[in-house]
Design a protein around this ligand. Structure first.
Ligand SMILES: [Zn+2]
Ligand SMILES: [Zn+2]
Ligand SMILES: [Zn+2]
Length: 333
């Protein structure tokens, strides 16, 4: 088995876990068609594994998947977590009840990222400030607590200033400025109903403050993921994961919740905190699973070639050229 990605040459991570491949932390499998892939941690492309032993390996992965936690699913693709491995099951998933714990992990990861900033900043500041403060007769406890709050505020500022990466930054329909959005600008955005897209967002212009452009598909996902994670990071946005997960479940799943929010057409910052967190979870899941489904369609085409579905050399070369020509950021569908 290879150890680097066939598309970008990055080193594949993980040890293959239940697949026995010896490499891979994100493993995709299709029991029906007998296919097994290792997903690249860098470029997210799917690397088809060699044919020998494939069926046996798929069986052990599928067995692990039956005991795994279901994180998200579309019609075709399900994302599962088994120990430290992400298993991606292709094909119609069995109907499994989505439970609130699926969000717990994501929020824990975010809290850890926050602590990575807050703790060192606090420690550094304490080191500088303790002597002066004690000399002035101040209380050490209150001093440290204030520093912690300061570092926390700094973290929120860092997140708010993160650039939103769009394939092609839109132009403001009102003043003509190029919209270079940062996470904090997205608080004025609104999710709106749109007949021809899973999701649509109206963003406002940071220059003239008018509503400037409508984004759909992966651009809408990108804007919302960064904007919501900023809003939900600030103090008022901190809520329990279970509460928000319940909001998603009560709405009838991620897609339904997004549609419900769109109907009200409120700006993100005026959404209730638990609803805002619920929307973030819903957008995350919709985006992640749609991305996996897109990658699977590409991988499926390559697998057809590898397994000899395309007969002539010319046909294969033409397919490879076409697949190579595609960028990482494709429009929806
Ligand atoms: Zn790669
Ligand atoms: Zn403008
Ligand atoms: Zn204007």
């Amino acid at each position: 088995m290879y150890t680097t990605c066939a598309f970008c040459n990055a080193k594949l991570d993980g040890d293959g876990g239940p697949s026995g491949l010896g490499v891979g932390r994100r493993i995709a499998f299709d029991e029906w068609r007998g296919r097994l892939w290792v997903i690249c941690p860098k470029c997210a492309r799917w690397n088809l594994t060699p044919l020998d032993d494939r069926l046996e390996r798929i069986e052990t992965v599928a067995r692990a998947a039956r005991e795994a936690k279901l994180l998200a699913a579309t019609e075709q693709v399900a994302l599962l977590r088994w120990q430290v491995y992400d298993l991606v099951r292709v094909g119609k998933p069995p109907r499994i009840e989505l439970a609130p714990w699926r969000y717990g992990e994501r929020l824990r990861a975010r809290r850890q990222e926050r602590l990575k900033y807050v703790i060192p900043l606090t420690v550094a500041a304490v080191g500088l400030g303790v002597a002066a403060n004690v000399a002035a007769g101040g209380s050490l406890g209150v001093f440290v607590w204030n520093l912690h709050r300061l570092a926390d505020g700094l973290y929120v500022t860092i997140v708010g200033n993160r650039k939103v990466n769009l394939v092609e930054p839109p132009i403001c329909a009102h003043c003509g400025a190029l919209l270079e959005l940062r996470a904090k600008h997205v608080q004025h955005a609104r999710v709106v109903p749109e007949a021809h897209a899973d999701i649509a967002v109206v963003v406002s212009c940071p220059h003239c403050h008018h509503e400037a452009a409508v984004l759909t598909g992966s651009d809408a996902h990108a804007v919302l993921r960064q904007g919501l994670s900023y809003l939900n990071t600030s103090r008022a946005g901190r809520r329990r994961a279970e509460e928000a997960a319940r909001v998603v479940d009560l709405a009838g799943g991620p897609d339904r919740l997004i549609r419900d929010v769109a109907k009200r057409e409120l700006t993100l910052r005026s959404l209730r905190p638990e609803r805002r967190l619920a929307l973030e979870m819903a957008v995350d899941e919709q985006a992640e699973v749609q991305e996996l489904e897109r990658e699977w369609r590409d991988a499926e085409e390559l697998a057809d070639i590898a397994d000899g579905t395309l007969s002539s050399n010319a046909q294969i070369e033409e397919e490879l050229r076409r697949l190579k020509g595609r960028g990482g950021n494709q429009p929806n569908g």
